[in-house]
Design a protein around this ligand. Structure first.
Ligand SMILES: CC(C)(COP(=O)(O)OP(=O)(O)OC[C@H]1O[C@@H](n2cnc3c(N)ncnc32)[C@H](O)[C@@H]1OP(=O)(O)O)[C@@H](O)C(=O)NCCC(=O)NCCS
Length: 171
């Protein structure tokens, strides 16, 4: 029988942007809100291209800005699906900034976005399955369950005592 699971690596998409003056803050570095917009956009493209359905942002966690990105830098955002639950999926985002002068890339930040696929009536609906292959993908796949439970607790959608993956933290 044909395996319907899509390898995580096949869900990967990338987008690139050049940091222009209208993308910057008063310090001439990339405005954080603009980067968050690009990250959300990359996650949205990843969800749409892979599920072929309407998908919306349900949450995003752990955005930290490790180092500034400068005017003229090229920002590349990689996104792939780490795990699909029912209607929701976790998308891992990695942001690389290539310095225009020294041509060196740094990982500026990363984050996890959760997208939910919707049917024609706007109701959450199951979409695809993904399967991890590499060690990194397997680690992300396993951790996705813990991260899901944590974010649902923080959103008030799960009781801590129901979070079996997090028992050691909450009990
Ligand atoms: C996301 C949304 C569809 C969830 O609706 P809901 O009534 O909570 O639906 P459900 O309880 O059936 O949950 C649907 C899925 O969303 C997930 N979910 C809901 N809230 C979540 C949150 N805060 N973080 C992560 N996942 C969440 C649930 O775990 C569930 O996943 P599963 O099907 O894989 O188990 C709804 O809150 C919504 O439409 N939000 C607005 C989204 C939006 O407009 N985004 C654009 C940004 S402005």
């Amino acid at each position: 029988m044909k395996d319907k699971n899509i390898p995580c690596e096949k869900t990967k998409i990338s987008i690139s942007e050049m940091v222009l003056p209208n993308h910057t803050n008063n310090l001439n570095t990339l405005f954080g809100g603009k980067l968050m917009y690009w990250m959300d956009m990359a996650a949205a493209i990843c969800a749409h291209q892979n599920t072929k359905k309407v998908a919306i942002t349900a949450s995003c966690d752990n955005i930290t800005f490790k180092s500034p990105i400068y005017k003229g830098d090229i920002v590349t955002i990689n996104a792939f699906i780490t795990r699909v639950f029912k209607s929701s999926m976790e998308i891992y985002i990695e942001v690389l900034a290539q310095n225009a002068k020294i041509k060196k890339s740094i990982i500026s930040n990363n984050a996890f976005f959760t997208f939910v696929t919707l049917d024609d009536k706007g109701k959450p609906v199951k979409s695809i399955e993904v399967k991890p292959k590499s060690e990194e993908e397997k680690k992300l796949y396993d951790g996705a369950l813990r991260r899901r439970q944590l974010r649902l607790i923080l959103a008030g959608k799960m009781k801590p005592e129901e979070a079996d993956e997090l028992k050691s933290i909450f009990n």
